[in-house]
Write a protein of this length. Structure first.
Length: 202
């Protein structure tokens, strides 16, 4: 994602509005989101929501939609962050994941550190880490942070024969169950499970 203009501090734009995204609302995520909502409001920052959080008590007066957000915050695990990526891409805004799951590779912030982190965000004391994205033209969601896969249909029982081209030149042809094309961020996911290497994002 591009770095926005009008920076405050070392690394980012002034935070005036944040979006909250959560794909699975439960007592723990609701409590964390409501707590952080109050913290942002006390510092004059607007909060907007999408999806199930909009029905949680305390968010009734929040705007629905992320069209004017400076930052998107997700509450959940890595899957929640990836599902919220579609909204971040539309506005080209940074994403911060709060880890409400068991293991978070992408959601690095723990709930106990939320308020301290918010204060640093508002004062501009943060840096942006850019990650590679994949673009896959398959008629659906075109961008991916982790990986894109080519697999056989469930009804197809034979193996596939695939040809891989890079910049228009044939790089490899092989037979198998499919192909995983991974970014460095996604190298710890399906690609790793299939025997691929772990690649540092930077």
């Amino acid at each position: 994602m591009r770095r926005p203009e009008g920076r405050k501090g070392e690394a980012g734009v002034e935070i005036r509005e944040v979006g909250f995204w959560c794909s699975n609302v439960n007592d723990r995520t609701s409590e964390a989101a409501v707590s952080l909502l109050g913290h942002f409001r006390s510092r004059g920052v607007n909060v907007s929501v999408e999806g199930r959080l909009s029905s949680v008590r305390g968010f009734e007066q929040c705007k629905c939609g992320f069209d004017s957000c400076d930052l998107l915050i997700t509450f959940g695990g890595d899957g929640t962050l990836l599902s919220g990526l579609q909204y971040a891409l539309r506005g080209d805004v940074p994403v911060l994941g709060i880890n409400m799951g068991h293991v978070g590779f992408l959601t690095e912030l723990e709930p106990d550190d939320m308020e301290k982190c918010v204060d640093r965000l508002i004062s501009g004391q943060y840096t942006l880490e850019e990650r590679m994205l994949l673009e896959a033209d398959v008629g659906g969601q075109p961008m991916a942070l982790n990986d894109a896969t080519v697999t056989r249909a469930p009804s197809l029982r034979r193996i596939l024969t695939l040809e891989v081209y890079i910049n228009g030149l044939l790089a490899e042809s092989f037979s198998g169950d499919g192909l995983i094309i991974s970014t460095p961020t996604g190298s710890t996911a399906y690609s790793f499970a299939a025997g691929g290497p772990v690649v540092q994002p930077d």
